[in-house]
Design a protein around this ligand. Structure first.
Ligand code: SAH
Length: 450
């Protein structure tokens, strides 16, 4: 390939990467380009050249794809968080389905399954119940927004199509206060300055929690901001102190400045306590669909003993516990286990045992226990999938049914390859669109003993 760093070239985008970059092929050589959607003919600048692939940035769309959309609402914020936003939504859902199908065929060598159409959203905007918006400096001006895809550049925005209208009102109130008092922004190059990020969380009632992240505890004119936010229905205001040099948003020091200590959220019929640091699925609507699919596939019965591996704050366990005899939940993060116990109590559920442990350490021990007598397993590992020890232990435990919830179809396929070689069969595969306009694919599958 005779492309060089800095060259300008032309090509057609034929696919998306898992991050949502465009894939361009020139004489079998692959270049991943920032910007553009499948079907576009683009000109791009080469920004990185490796032996087996290159990277680039779209300069101009020369011939737009027939699937390119211009959303009626002008999206002024960084599309970094939504790389597929200019690609037809239905086409994007189909791309996600095909991605799962391809990974199953290529990686797991499973050919006799039809992956179901991706379940999308009727209104695929304002779906995030949790965002972190950066505050920074560009050309000596204060900017507030998300990072441009793959960069540290903050794209200034007035409001976001990813959060509720009320959350946007809170954001605008903070923005006005920053401008009025010239609140010092954090400079990510010099690592100096005060205000770093604005965290906004909302619950099912659209109650709002604001978390201001600053390098010092003394934020000026805070009383005025608190007063104004309260007028805009913000029910909880925190300050988080973060002096770290890394790009991590929150430090460990949270201080409640006004209002409620936590928000109460609801997914389906269940309640969850949301502290500023708790994890909860970002898309409530789709999480409920996902968890109901888990129930449909798992078919929990009153006599079932079920293991929930990688249980997080206990959401899946709580969804299935009422229909089962007993749930054994395993999660490695201590705070998540504490939240899970609290959430079970909140929902008056008593038949779940939560253990803090690494699945690959604890589950092989459980699986060889003669008395375990396990009927079903549900697992929802992080993106890297399961450790081999977990898969081997699943075979040992010999459950009738396995429901695997995955956020990465490549590692899902790798793990399914192992299970299907060892006496199990893939029965159903259902992608759910948790993150509209991104290339992120969430998928739930049913595996049964042959
Ligand atoms: N099912 C939950 C969360 C799944 S996210 C929900 O829907 O909300 C994956 C979880 O696996 C995270 O909570 C993470 O802390 C946990 N985890 C990561 N590695 C693990 C390991 N080796 N053993 C057990 N849990 C692990």
């Amino acid at each position: 390939m005779d492309l060089r760093l800095g060259d300008i070239a032309e090509g057609n985008i034929v696919d998306f990467t898992y991050e949502g970059k465009g894939v361009v092929k020139i004489d079998k050589f692959i270049i991943f380009v920032l910007g553009g959607v499948i079907g576009d003919k683009v000109s791009f600048k080469v920004t990185n050249m490796k032996k087996s692939f290159g990277e680039g940035e779209v300069i101009e769309v020369l011939e737009p794809s027939k699937d390119r959309t211009r959303e009626e609402m002008e999206i002024k914020e960084a599309v970094g968080g939504m790389p597929l936003v200019e690609y037809d939504y239905e086409k994007g859902l189909e791309w996600k389905r095909e991605k799962v199908q391809r990974d199953l065929e290529k990686i797991a060598k499973i050919k006799d399954i039809d992956v179901k159409p991706t379940i999308g959203m009727d209104n695929p905007y304002r779906y995030r119940n949790n965002v972190q918006i950066a505050v920074g400096v560009e050309d000596s001006k204060t900017v507030v927004g998300f990072f441009e895809f793959g960069t540290n550049d903050i794209v200034d925005m007035e409001e976001s199509v990813l959060i509720s209208e009320k959350a946007n009102t809170a954001l605008k109130t903070i923005r006005k206060w920053i401008d009025k008092h010239d609140i010092e922004p954090y400079n990510r190059d010099t690592r100096k300055g005060l205000l770093r990020d604005i965290g906004i969380r909302t619950n099912y009632k659209d109650d709002i929690m604001v978390i201001l992240v600053a390098t010092r505890k003394d934020i000026p004119h805070m009383d005025e901001l608190i007063r104004e936010l309260k007028e805009k229905d913000v029910v909880s205001i925190y300050r988080n102190t973060n002096t770290a040099k890394s790009s991590i948003t929150y430090g460990s020091d949270y201080k409640l400045l006004s209002g409620d200590e936590a928000l109460m959220d609801k997914i389906g019929d269940y309640e969850f306590k949301v502290s500023p640091e708790s994890f909860l699925q970002i898309n409530r609507t789709q999480a409920e669909i996902l968890y109901n699919k888990v129930i449909e596939f798992l078919e929990p019965k009153k006599e079932d003993r079920i293991v929930d591996l990688y249980s997080g704050i206990g959401t899946i366990s709580i969804f299935i516990a009422g229909k089962a005899k007993e749930v054994i939940a395993v999660e490695s993060v201590g705070q998540a286990v504490e939240d899970a116990k609290h959430n079970a109590e909140l929902n008056d559920i008593k038949n779940i045992s939560f253990t803090r442990a690494r699945a690959e350490v604890l589950f092989p021990k459980l699986a060889t226990d003669e008395d375990l007598d396990l009927d079903k397993i549900v697992l929802n590992p992080p993106s890297k999938g399961c450790e081999k020890e977990v898969l081997e232990a699943i075979i040992d435990a010999d459950p009738q049914r396995i429901v695997y919830v995955s956020c990465n179809s490549a590692t899902l396929a790798r793990d399914l390859g192992y299970l299907t070689e060892n006496g199990y069969k893939l029965k159903e595969a259902q992608p759910v669109d948790m993150f509209p306009h991104t290339a992120h694919v969430e998928c739930v599958v049913l595996i049964e003993k042959e």
